[in-house]
Design a protein around this ligand. Structure first.
Ligand code: 6PG
Length: 484
């Protein structure tokens, strides 16, 4: 029997336990540790019984059982708990050892941790782990980034426990330097927010607009899952619609309509604002959750306005096909915006992200896994520098074909009072992106009028700035020209 374990995992909540069991299934010997050590014993006596998994009652015991270079993976709550464990591990580790953070950490924290640990000769890896508890148990999507020197030691473990594409490729590859792994996981979660909100908007259109019941909607989502929309989130939506409460009514109808959020969608929006990327769909999805949380206010306002959603008349099957096309088109915009954000972050941070690989890592195992990601991978493989996914021939054709249906759905939603913030924001974005001349000339004139902020001219080279004394009573002095 081998005395030295391949990897130590700290944190025995559901994700930690399932990752350990997954590693064990793949032939790796794992040492499990949890701050409340009773949990270690419960795990060893419970799910880990009869496996090669061993336990530790202290960090020193954990580290003592590891082969060199020691690999310690933290599966604990993001934030200060991660820093606390890193501090506690530091005196126990040697140069060349590896600390992995598998939580949903904010990527600037991973940047900082990598730099701090490098000063001690320790390699830090921040990895996205997606797929929920079942993913962790049977094949998650893993997005590791940080100290590249750690990758050769981690690669066999990570790629064997990861989900596999239909072609057998692991949904895990090296993402890039510093916090890039956690950045990519953050964008994954932002896209997850967008996909979920788009599905919710279609659900409301079907239920409140078209008057479909749960069984009918379950059928629609099942049918959609056999189309280009095939994805985990569409599949679970159909499943959810089939679940009944004790009284036989759909359980979904009994669930309070206020959404929670743990922050990764918000971070995605904040980063988009910081980097100047028009990430409109994901941002709307975050705000839709915020609006949903204002339950009391919404109920009062509905009464005060006597507001109600109007029924959508017309051929139901035609509307459902229009809705399907609108959903697909809006989803393309969401992913296009997400990849624009990653592209900008990659450039600014010199991460050199490989977008085809990112799509491949998301192809299986994770919450946004879908057939569609295979097409995204193809798009970036044929043009690694693709600035906007909608310019790829496959996606361009879908967008062009779907536009009439998409406009019809968006217009009907607005007319009927059905809130579709993501569906309509995506359409406005595309209309803006396809507009060679936007009204920003007027905006620049307004800025120059009241603040002498200057403007560029269509008949002069870029980079030359002009100021006009619009009222005849202003001065000649322009404000400094800079962009945030
Ligand atoms: C995943 C999920 C996972 C978690 C989300 C939930 O990839 O497995 O994204 O990370 O379920 O963080 O996020 P909210 O609580 O913000 O919806």
């Amino acid at each position: 029997m081998r005395m030295n374990a391949d990897i130590g995992v700290i944190g025995l909540a559901v994700m930690g336990q399932n990752l350990i069991l997954n590693m064990n299934d793949n032939g790796y010997k794992v040492v499990a540790y949890n701050r409340t050590t009773a949990k270690v014993d419960q795990f060893l006596e419970g799910p880990a019984k009869g496996t090669n998994i061993v336990g530790a009652h202290s960090l020193a015991q954990l580290v003592a059982q590891l082969s060199v270079p020691r690999k310690v993976m933290l599966m604990v709550r993001a934030g200060t708990v991660v820093d606390d464990f890193i501090q506690a591990l530091l005196p126990l580790l040697d140069e060349g050892d590896i600390i992995i953070d598998g939580g949903n950490s904010n990527f600037p924290d991973s940047n900082r941790r990598m730099t701090e640990l490098a000063e001690h000769g320790i390699h830090f890896v921040g990895t996205g782990v997606s797929g929920g508890e079942l993913g962790a148990r049977f094949g998650p999507s893993l997005m590791p980034g940080g100290a590249a020197a750690a990758w050769p030691a981690l690669k066999p473990i990570f790629q064997s426990i990861a989900a596999k594409t239909d072609a057998g490729e692991p949904c895990c590859d090296w993402v890039g330097a510093a916090g890039s792994g956690h950045f990519v996981k953050m964008v994954h979660n932002g896209i997850e927010y967008g996909d979920m909100q788009l599905i919710c908007e279609c659900y409301q259109f079907m239920q409140a607009g078209l008057g479909l019941n749960a069984a009918q909607m379950q059928q629609v989502f099942s049918d959609w899952n056999d189309s280009e929309l095939n994805s985990y989130l569409i599949e679970i939506t159909a499943d959810i619609l089939a679940v009944k409460d004790d009284d036989g009514a759909p359980l979904l109808d009994k669930i309070l309509d206020t959404a929670g959020q743990k922050g990764t969608g918000k971070w995605t929006g904040i980063n988009a604002l910081d980097l100047g990327i028009p990430l409109t769909l994901i941002s709307e999805a975050v705000f839709a959750r915020c609006l949903s949380a204002l339950k009391d206010q919404r109920q009062q306002a509905q009464q005060l306005f006597g507001a109600d959603i109007s029924a959508v008349s017309g051929d139901r099957a035609e509307w459902l096909e229009a809705l399907r096309q609108a959903l697909l088109a809006a989803k393309i915009i969401s992913y296009a915006q997400g990849f624009m954000l990653m592209r900008e972050a990659s450039e600014q941070n010199h991460w050199d992200l490989n977008f085809g690989n990112v799509a491949m890592m998301w192809r299986g195992g994770c919450i946004i896994r879908s057939a569609f990601l295979g097409n995204i991978r193809d798009a970036f493989e044929s043009d690694p520098q693709l600035p906007f996914l909608g310019l790829d021939p496959y996606f361009k054709q879908i967008l062009q074909q779907s536009l009439p249906a998409w406009r019809k759905v968006a217009a009907k939603a607005i007319e009927s009072g059905i809130p579709m913030p993501c569906m309509t924001a995506a359409l406005s974005f595309l209309d803006g992106y396809l507009c060679g001349r936007l009204p920003a000339n007027l905006l620049q004139a307004q800025r120059d009028y009241f603040g002498a902020h200057t403007y560029e001219r269509v008949d002069r080279p870029r980079g030359e700035f002009f100021h006009t004394d619009w009222t005849g009573s202003g001065g000649d002095v322009a404000s400094t020209t800079y962009d945030a």
